[in-house]
Design a binder for this molecule. Structure first.
Ligand code: AMP
Ligand code: MG
Length: 398
């Protein structure tokens, strides 16, 4: 039975019909983990820093020796040596003694603080300290940054440059991450041609657009390419993609016309569960399962295909990588009225101005340049009577 569903029902049905589309993990080299999602909490195996380190250039001291020191009455300490970078001091401080130290240098035994060079003067083997320091002032204590056993990075973290810095600091060279689902892309349409289109022909936008969106979502794209509107050719493409990928996207041919072959093909090779979602753009959207794998029929219009990817396909992909539902990028104030929609949930490209006002970008169906003008998109609920100027709206990133 094929009928039009709300987007929420469609997303729920997709999850229900794809119980095998579950997160899987793999262990990879930290050098290759940029952008991947951590599959387990990552614990510090050692203290960071591993020793007490000075955070200033100056003198390692025993703080008590500086108590009461001031501009008029400096503390006088005996300089017994210098601590070199990358080395443990070969001596300990006794009371009344200090040693030259640089930022990041290891405090010697007997020292519990560092005095900034600017607050000292050196004369005749003595160091005059013009300002007192408290114990552990100007020092990163062992384990201050991360103590051994502490959680350094939480499960679900997208490993960015900052996270990779933490891995390096802890000497972690392998991480367990969620596998990237492989998503195949097939474009259909007699009008799609490689190279320069003749009159009536067009370039294939969806293959590139959807492959990039798949990668942006943290998945791997398997590009099949463009196929003519011929049942046998599309069936062959779908079969190959179902074999090689975890999910398949077929763009074009998803409406209900005689030339629209997608739903029949999905229902022949497997089972089609819905045909039509009450959203705009994106009504001609199909979902089915072939050999246990989710297969989507997306509208041919690139903008519609993009929105269906973001709003119908992407929730499934996020769940597969154990990511929470997408959150809005920001909120803003609607700069003008948006008239009522037609019982369908609507998604509209918007530009966010610097003053946080949100300008809707109205376009005709079939137009794509709006994507490059837009900061993001907003959602108009299915039953809303449009949205009034001045309304606070959530803007999702493009
Ligand atoms: P369809 O869903 O096949 O009826 O296509 C709807 C519209 O999208 C038509 O104007 C198609 O030419 C266009 N279209 C379909 N597939 C693509 C594609 N891969 N790239 C660009 N436009 C497409
Ligand atoms: Mg077509």
């Amino acid at each position: 039975m094929l009928h039009v569903l709300t987007r929420e029902d469609a997303v729920a049905l997709i999850k229900e019909k794809t119980p095998r589309f579950q997160p899987k993990t793999e262990t990879i080299a930290s050098a290759d983990c940029l952008g991947r999602i951590l599959a387990a909490d990552l614990t510090a195996g050692e203290d960071l820093p591993a020793f007490d380190r000075a955070t200033v250039d100056g003198y390692a001291v025993n703080a008590a020796d500086t108590f009461g020191a001031g501009a008029a009455i400096p503390a006088q300490l005996e300089v017994i040596g210098e601590i070199l970078m990358g080395e443990a001091a070969g001596f300990s401080l006794r009371r009344g003694q200090c040693a030259r130290i640089s930022t990041g240098g290891m405090l010697p035994p007997g020292a519990d603080a560092a005095v900034m060079i600017e607050h000292t003067e050196q004369a005749d083997g003595l160091c005059l300290v013009y300002r007192s320091v408290a114990p552990f002032e100007n020092v990163n204590r062992r384990g201050d940054d991360l103590a051994a056993g502490a959680i350094a990075l939480k499960k679900g973290t997208r490993l960015n440059s900052a996270a990779i810095g933490i891995l390096a600091a802890l000497g972690i060279d392998e991480v367990t991450v969620f596998q990237k689902p492989v998503i195949a892309v097939i474009s259909t349409g007699d009008e799609l041609v490689p190279g320069k289109p003749a009159p009536g022909q067009i370039r294939d936008v969806n293959t590139s657009l959807l492959a990039a969106a798949i990668r942006e979502a943290g998945c791997e794209a398997r590009i099949y390419g463009a196929v003519a509107d011929q049942r046998a050719a599309i069936e062959q493409a779908v079969k190959a993609c179902v074999r090689e990928a975890d999910a398949v996207l077929i763009s074009g041919g998803s409406s209900a016309g005689a030339r629209d072959l997608t739903v029949g093909i999905i229902d022949t090779l497997g089972t089609a569960y819905f045909h039509g979602v009450a959203m705009k753009p994106g009504k001609p959207t199909i979902f089915g399962v072939i050999d246990g794998k989710p297969v989507f029929g997306l509208p041919g219009h690139p903008l519609a295909a993009y929105f269906v990817f973001r709003l119908i396909v992407s929730p499934l992909l996020r769940a597969r990588m154990a990511l929470p539902p997408e959150r809005p990028l920001t909120v803003g104030t609607l700069a003008e009225n948006i008239p009522s929609n037609h019982g369908r949930e609507e998604f509209l490209c918007v530009r966010l101005r610097e003053d946080r006002s949100v300008v809707p970008l109205h376009t005709k169906s079939g137009v794509i340049s709006v994507l490059s003008e837009a900061t993001g998109f907003l959602r108009i609920p299915r039953n809303a009577e449009g949205l009034a100027q001045g309304t606070t709206v959530e803007v999702y990133a493009l």
